[in-house]
Design a protein around this ligand. Structure first.
Ligand code: 5AD
Ligand code: SF4
Length: 434
């Protein structure tokens, strides 16, 4: 019998990849096929994120909504980071849920679906060498995990508690996956990990020869058929000169770098345990801009971290003015269970957080408008990935700008040169010239 799987994926690229892993296991080994309609599903999976409080609250109302529409005998499974940190509690609060599978335990999905009630949220579990089935959401852009877990202990962050310690996936497995992906038509390889540039720090197989992220990038780029390489997330602390040089000089590496700043104040950075200062961050960002004039730098910023003074916040604005990030994801600090910062006594009132977030976003909007306007009449090589309404097709430039032009399905997965004629804040519109 053909069984249907409905899966909802929240959170980051790691979660997208984890969902792909689970889909692969269920379709290859258990005879499921995907559906976009939860009403006809035999299995409903919610792959959750817990990095901020809001989506966690939403989980239970979502389960309630699925209960109303699902088939009587359909199972519901909760996976991912919220599953990791709430564990059993989910089964208690939501009896319609059959299993809870943590972000580090996705390889257990085929076991979980067969049990009456099942919980596995063990973060010591090592699945770094697990051979998953094959499933890719996109044929052209392929996500490949290079590590699992996170060894940092940023005081605001729940991730080390949901994904466990960092283990690197052996290079032989990564390179074999890359080869397989390009044979099936992949153009862009997207390497994933919580701290990609800390790659190689720990393998479960101790006999693996020493290798760092820069070496891995070079090895991936040597594979025939790989046209573009992207990665996320690098950590500013590990942006040493060797890494910047490989990034700047290897032509297959896309010139877009995520540099999660979090705060521009060295005092706050120390309390966040980020391991770098404002000066180090600025030095790395400016060096990057010098080495790669066309580089696109994106960032994540948290405002109103406990104890953040007006002066600290001004430091954040100062870094934003100096680096002029091409993209910024900004958040109001959200206290998370199990984290050190949630116990700090100097939490910032919500109104101050909202006001700071607004001020930061307004500053960045002004910068972004200037950056976008400067792209007018420029020509970018775009890899087209997605059809849009109105006969438009969308893709990204090498350096990460979202570009749209008139074009048909035949361009999907292909490169074309686009001249920008109508740059907007979030999307650069243009015309295909060749
Ligand atoms: N509160 C607000 N934002 C957070 N992030 C991580 N933890 C928190 C938190 N407790 C943000 C960081 C991170 C991004 C994925 O989410 O900026 O880089
Ligand atoms: Fe990804 Fe972090 Fe959310 Fe987990 S908590 S899904 S690692 S963003």
């Amino acid at each position: 019998m053909d069984k249907k799987l409905f899966i909802e994926t929240l959170g980051c690229a790691m979660n997208v990849r984890d969902s792909e892993h689970m889909i692969a296991e269920l379709t290859d080994k258990e005879g499921y096929s995907l559906t976009k309609d939860a009403k006809e599903a035999d299995l409903i999976l919610i792959n959750t994120c817990s990095v901020r409080e809001k989506p966690v609250h939403k989980l239970f109302s979502e389960i309630g909504a699925f209960n109303k529409i699902k088939k009587d005998d359909a199972k519901i499974g909760v996976c991912g980071c919220t599953a990791s940190h709430l564990g059993e509690e989910i089964l208690k609060k939501a009896p319609s849920v059959s299993f809870v599978l943590g972000a580090r335990n996705v390889s257990k999905i085929t076991k979980a679906i067969k049990e009456e009630k099942f919980v596995d949220v063990d973060i010591d579990y090592d699945e770094s060498e697990y051979a998953f089935g094959e499933f890719r959401s996109s044929l052209y852009k392929v996500y490949i995990n290079i590590s699992i877990g996170c060894d940092k202990s940023c005081t605001y962050c729940i991730v080390p508690h949901t994904r466990g310690d960092e283990i690197s996936i052996p290079p032989s497995i990564i390179l074999a996956e890359v080869k397989k992906a390009v044979q099936r038509g992949a153009k862009e390889i997207f390497l994933l990990g919580q701290n990609v540039n800390n790659y190689g720090k720990r393998f479960s197989d101790k006999s693996i020869k020493s290798i760092d992220f820069s070496d891995l990038l070079e090895q991936v780029s040597e594979i025939d058929g790989v046209e573009r390489i992207r990665f996320t997330s690098p950590h500013p602390l590990h942006m040493d000169d060797k890494f910047l040089k490989v990034f700047a000089t290897n032509p297959k590496i896309c010139k877009s770098m995520h540099m999660p700043l979090q705060s521009g104040s060295s005092r706050v950075l120390a309390r966040m345990k980020r391991g770098y200062t404002k000066e180090w961050f600025l030095d790395r960002a400016m060096k990057l801009r010098d080495m790669v004039p066309d580089v696109h730098i994106s960032t994540d910023i948290i405002v109103a971290f406990p104890g953040e003074s007006e002066e600290d916040f001004l430091d954040t604005l100062d870094v934003v003015k100096k680096v002029r990030f091409e993209q910024m994801f900004s958040f109001k600090y959200s206290p998370r269970p199990l984290t050190k910062a949630s116990e700090f006594k100097d939490q910032i009132p919500n109104e101050i957080g909202s006001a700071r977030l607004k001020e930061l976003q307004e500053l960045h909007t002004t910068i972004l408008d200037e950056i976008s306007a400067n792209q007018n009449q420029r020509v970018f090589e775009v890899l087209f990935e997605e059809l849009k309404s109105g006969g438009m097709i969308a893709g990204r430039s090498d350096n990460g700008f979202l570009v749209q032009a008139k074009g048909s399905e035949s361009l999907l997965g292909k490169f074309a040169k686009v001249k920008i004629t109508n740059p907007k804040r979030m999307v650069l519109y243009g015309e295909i010239i060749e």
